[in-house]
Design a binder for this molecule. Sequence first.
Ligand code: NAP
Length: 283
Amino acid sequence: MQLLDGRKIADELLETLKNEVIELQDKQIYPKLAVILVGDNPASLSYIKQKRKACEKTGIRWEQINYDESITTKELISKIEELNKDKTIHGILVQLPLPQDIYAPEIIKAIDPKKDVDGFTAYNIGKMFLSTEFEHLPPCTPAGVIKMLDYYNINIEGLEATVVGASNIVGKPLSVMLLNRGATVTTCHIKTKDLKAHTLNADLICVAVGKRNLITEDMVKDNVILVDIGVNRKEDGKLCGDADFETISKKASYITPVPGGVGPMTVACLMENTVNAAGRANA
Ligand code: NAP
């Protein structure tokens, strides 16, 4: 069994991006990410901390805008429109989740697709459907998964791939990216009748649900490639994924650890999107 070491790949990617930032700076382009945080959700604060650290490592400038939960949709959109116009900002990220009174899709819609470094706007998601050539600003988590598989020379073409979870930010776009690379993709969700039938048939399983032990050893075939995107907290406070790592790792050919798998790749891909957005800003 080979561990898919996301931390190592992410560190290497950040190092490459650091050099690309220097090259952009030589051309008087200073990549900058603006991050909007509403409220003080502890998970959001932790994610923002990791993103900020990655910016520091790569030399990407960072601007954080904090709002109280009482902010209105209109006020938030007005701030995004201001950032859209600001030529010194290359990436805009609104940290999710937003408070219940704010309708997230409307906020995402306000972001200029050229600055949509999370890859969540309908424009960037829609473009991805065409082919790999149009994945300019892909959603960071699916992009991180693909990068990880590429790093280990795992050929996606022809694989039976089962994606468990069908959210707009992870499961659905990941399914499309795998399809773009020649996999035969099955996407499972809460209404899937027989999850085990689909996972047992898969050469590659990517699970992004947020339920501990959803995927157990009896649900996977020998030599499966298992990418665990889920993040859950155990009783002892430690993080774990959606799959039973202990038992499946004995059966799998490749498996991601949680933490240290997809998480760091997501952050590194956010940095890559920001550098790419900066490079294309004047193109
Ligand atoms: P989400 O929006 O809640 O989506 C979860 C998906 O799982 C939905 O499509 C849901 O189906 C499906 N689902 C729920 N229960 C299921 C079941 N028993 N069997 C099959 N499918 C089921 O979550 P998300 O934002 O995609 O995130 C998913 C997980 O990945 C979370 O643990 C999150 O923390 C983690 N995550 C990790 C990273 C990273 O960088 N490592 C990044 C993003 C997310 P319905 O739509 O039909 O309800």
